[in-house]
Each structure stands twice: as structure tokens, then as C-alpha cells.
Design a protein around this ligand. Sequence first.
Ligand SMILES: *Cc1c(COP(=O)(O)O)cnc(C)c1O
Length: 301
Amino acid sequence: MAITPDRQPFIQPINAAWYENKVTGVDMLRLDVIHKHVSGNKWFKLKYNIEHCILEGIDTVLTFGGAYSNHLAATAAMANFNGIRSIGVIKGKYAEHSLTSTLQFCTDNGMYLHFVTNETYSKKNDPDFLKELSDMFATPLIIPEGGANEMGIIGAGEIADLIPADYTHIAVSVGTGSTLSGIVNNTGNELWTIGYAPMKGGSYLGKEVSRLIRPEKRDAYRIYDDWHFGGFGRYTDELTMFMNNFYGQNGIPLDMVYTAKMMFGLKEQILRGDYPDEVRILCIHTGGLQGNQSIADKLIF
Ligand SMILES: *Cc1c(COP(=O)(O)O)cnc(C)c1O
């Protein structure tokens, strides 16, 4: 691929009083440093999709997302770097009239934005609708919302190679659940995975995800949705204050949509004593920092 990582991921111990004397360790795997525009799990989820296009001579990718989608931004950038055309099917006609910074970034990277109503968007996995899109845009590779196809899950599974054996728990944010599935499937049977869904009612994903998990590990993860802060993409002052404090203590920027809610949730769970003291937790920083542009005035970083 024509795009190379800016920096190799690394593990950083978290500096925070909230886990001292409660659990043995909380560290973070910094996937956010991989690339400025294709960060975190999106790098892993997209790499085999893009590679597939290059190998098969497919010159266009088409995918789906909302006005704040990290997946769209990452796809636009990755396609652009590799000389592949990209088309974004965008949820909500309203979004056309004043582009969010995410959608502006997508167009700046050459993505053609195709706005559809919420009703049309809900057909995003319907074969007839996909056929229609395929005809309209000259048979592109169609990547489902969030990059959640088989190539995406295989790529996400490679995140497991970066996880040393001495952790007892992994903490990871959940959107479609493909990153969580990739990690759970490719780590040892003793390792527990804690998923944090940043949307209301997100724990339903547990069932969806279950069919992607190898049978021996179906009881080795759990998805929580208690820390959605009002819903997907919503936030409160408490959350932005937490992000600023976390940055002050660790120099790590968290993203408002996913990883901030995960770390906030983990902190509350640890403080209330959910985990025994021998636990060593590795939190996955899945990137997505571009989404913070919409709240830049509230953040110190
Ligand atoms: C997309 C995204 C996720 C969700 O990943 P899934 O594989 O869809 O569950 C988590 N964190 C960040 C920062 C993301 O951008």
C-alpha cells in the first residue's frame, strides 16, 4: 500500500489515582498514533479492503456513514492515498446543506458524497439497494457501514498481535463490534474483553456480536452501554472535563465519541469495585480523534 504508518503503536501505562490500590495496572495501547488521518482500528479494518481493490484492479470503493463517521473519514483518506475513488452514502439529506468537519474532510480527500434520507439509508444492507448503488457508481467495492465486513474483521484481528500475554482484561469501544470480535477471537481463552458501546441501548450488540465469536470465547466478553452520555455522538460537560483531566495527566487525547466514554466507564467500574485487585487491564485507544473538531472549543488539546 502507498500509505505507511506515521508511528508504530505502543503501550503506555495510565497515570491516574482512580485505579491505584484497586487493580494492578491500567495501560493503553495507542493505536491512535498510527496515522494522522487513518487512525486506530480503522487502519486495521480498511487495510485488506484497500489491498483487495489494488490486487483486483477495483478503482472505486463505496461505503456508508453519518455526518460524524470516523469510518468515512478514514476511508476517504486511505482511498485517496492509494489513488482509489471513494463514494460515501451519507445518512440524512439535511447533512448536505452544511457539511460537518468530518464530511468536509471527506470531500477534501476526493470522496463523492451521496446524501440519502434516513429511510433509504436504513436499506444499507439490502441486496436490491446495493445493486442499485453498484450500477449507479460503476461496480465499486462496497464496504458496509463501519468497515464491518470479513476483511475488516480479519484486519482487526491483527490488533491481537500487539497484546502481550500478561494482561487479564482488554477494554475496547464498540460500534459495529467487529474490532471487539477480531480481538476476542485472536486472543487466548483466559483473556476477558470488556466492550463499551457509546449509544443508548447498545448492549443489544452483545447478541449481534456473539455470532462472530468463536464458540469457546462466547462467554469471555461483555458489552456495557451505561456510559452513552445521552446517545451516540452526544456529550456532557462532565465528559469533556474528564477528557481534559485525562489529557493533563497522561498527554493522551481521547475522542469524544468512543474512547472517552470507555475510559469514563472503566473508571467508574474500577472505583465501585467491579474488578479484583490482581486484574491488569489493557485499554485499546481506537483513534477517531478527528471527531473532536466539533467540540474543539471545549478541549485543552
Ligand atoms: C469506529 C470506531 C470504533 C468502533 O469500531 P467497531 O469495529 O465498529 O466496533 C471504536 N472506536 C473508535 C475511535 C472508532 O472510530
